[in-house]
Design a protein around this ligand. Sequence first.
Ligand SMILES: Nc1ncnc2c1ncn2[C@@H]1O[C@H](COP(=O)(O)OP(=O)(O)OP(=O)(O)O)[C@@H](O)[C@H]1O
Length: 356
Amino acid sequence: MSLTREDVLAALRTISDPATGKSIIEADLVRALTVEDGRVRFVIEVAAEQGKAMEPVRLAAVEAVEKLAGSGNVSALLTAHAAPKAPPDLKVGRHPTPQAGPQKVAGVNRIIAVASGKGGVGKSTVSANLAVALAAEGKRVGLLDADVYGPSQPRMLGISGRPASPDGKTILPLRNHGVTLMSIGLMVKEDEAVVWRGPMLMGALQQMLGQVQWGQLDVLIVDLPPGTGDVQMTLSQKAEVTGAIVVSTPQDIALLDARKALNMFDKMNVPVLGMIENMSSYTCPNCGHEAHIFGHGGAKADAERLDLPFLGEIPLDLDIRLASDGGAPITVSKPDGPQAGAFRTIARKLIDGGII
Ligand SMILES: Nc1ncnc2c1ncn2[C@@H]1O[C@H](COP(=O)(O)OP(=O)(O)OP(=O)(O)O)[C@@H](O)[C@H]1O
């Protein structure tokens, strides 16, 4: 069984922070945890005045994780921040504030929304891998996880911990694998956003667009919740969206819902940049036979019929799922493999087509 992020977190929960008596996970000291090909890396962030005194904690953390990962497979750095961090006192999920029409997000050249008509078709997997693939092509990429009902990007990109807000107004995003990330999942407890109603969701999205210090970005990819709801509407009302990419699996039912998403963007005057077919084919790892478990080619046929670009196909592949679960998308963990190649081809298509 390969080592998972959860295994590592469980091991780190056994190590306590002397300052608070809590585990170093609960005390929110562990940053940038990645689990990649059995190797584990993370950072322990401590206040400057603790400095060297935390070295025994670092050693204990390495030792605990090495019991799972093996000796020499764990690297942990101690970083000290200069001043004690002001706790972010942002109230995420407030009601939206009035705003005159869609606005540009400071420093962000383009916003591309990744959407799906139906849940579970791999929209978040595609967003994460596309973000990494574009970063590998030299683009400055941000990823906004607006999937308020099931924010999964922190897990997929191997990012944990709460973003800082030194002034209580702006939010500093986190970064891993060359991608700058902000997610509602980093700001609220896991089950909290799920019970929010429309206006609070809209307020949270507005805050993530307006208060996050994205820096200079060539593109901000927005991972939308599935379906055609409030968040999609809010995004197009609050921000100038360059266009949308619709992800679908090849089943008829998923394609039917994908068409609803296409209609929604049409109504909102957001151009659809293209469609991606995920879980398109399955190649048996034993005999190499290619099967089409959910059918094949439906998204391409739909795109042709609707005169939309077809951006590419992603295979159904266990490694793609395992990589995302481990916090290092396949484009990071196996960048030269055929699965990553499928994402890279789409990234290049977007760049060559002048979209990004
Ligand atoms: N091409 C693929 N091959 C194998 N597994 C995949 C693939 N794409 C996605 N998955 C897996 O399918 C599950 C759902 O994917 P993901 O969370 O990306 O979907 P989603 O459309 O964003 O779902 P949600 O409804 O939560 O928004 C995840 O476990 C993911 O790892």
